[in-house]
Write a protein that binds this ligand. Structure first.
Ligand code: CTP
Ligand code: MG
Length: 230
């Protein structure tokens, strides 16, 4: 029974504005995608990684990541789709067709390159414990307002009941397959499961699992990891 991680990495990184796909942007010399894949394998729980790569860089990504898999595992690389959800769908179809004993599927953004391996292991453990869908979350630090189309505040949801969602999101393979086959649209994978009638369990996330989106985020990552061994 394999644990397979799907890694959407095909985005253009427009908000980062680095002049190359975000997954290939280096921090302390190591690309975000390489770090994300290393973290997945370092959890000790993942055997296969399926990367949805930028269409222009499939060969480059394959060369850069092939050697990261442990014995008995593998890295698979395919060309990603137009939207994140297309990339995940393509990676899921690939996983289900070429890795026959896939029992648990993680979906993990390349942009969350610094996610601690323990968070990844915790998500897998919760799925193994019987939860169909599992997401890492953090409490919300800021007050959140709901506003109307002209920016006037409509309501203030109770912060105590709100969470920020990270990845990897973990699923029983059948659960994620059913959600993707349903034709439902959602902004994250657990959202698909939720809209498909499934229950989504939460585990504690970690500040280091932040998504690198803007130049500010990259500066934070560079500062945090400046002292690491290259
Ligand atoms: N992603 C993907 N395929 C797409 C779009 C996004 O695989 N067509 C991936 C990104 O590579 C990233 C993750 O989904 O790892 C989250 O997306 P986001 O942070 O929005 O990355 P980008 O789309 O690259 O950034 P931007 O929206 O600023 O262009
Ligand atoms: Mg995007």
């Amino acid at each position: 029974m394999s644990v397979v991680a799907l890694v959407p990495a095909a985005g253009r990184g427009e908000r980062l504005g680095y002049g190359m796909p975000k997954a290939l942007v280096p921090v302390n010399g190591v690309p975000l995608l390489t770090r994300a894949v290393q973290g997945l394998f370092a959890s000790g729980q993942v055997q296969h990684v399926v990367i949805a790569a930028p269409p222009s860089d499939v060969d480059l990504v394959h060369t850069a990541t092939a050697s990261l898999a442990p014995a008995g595992g593998a890295v698979h690389v395919l060309s990603g789709g137009a939207e994140r959800t297309d990339s995940v769908r393509l990676a899921l179809e690939h996983a289900l067709s070429v890795i026959p004993d896939t029992s648990i599927v993680l979906v993990h953004d390349a942009a969350r390159a610094f996610t601690p391996p323990q968070v990844i292991a915790d998500v897998v453990a919760a799925v193994r414990d019987g939860h169909d869908a599992v997401i890492p979350v953090l409490p919300v630090a800021d007050t959140i307002k709901q506003v109307d189309e002209v920016g006037v505040v409509v309501s203030t949801p109770d912060r105590a009941g709100l969470r920020v969602v990270q990845t990897p999101q973990g699923f029983r393979a059948e659960t994620l397959k059913a959600a993707y086959c349903s034709g439902i649209a959602a902004t994250d994978d657990a959202g698909l499961v939720e809209k498909n009638g499934g229950k989504v369990h939460t585990v504690p996330g970690h500040a280091h699992a932040m998504k690198i989106t803007t130049p500010f985020d990259l500066a934070v990552a560079e500062a945090l990891f400046a002292g690491e061994q290259a």
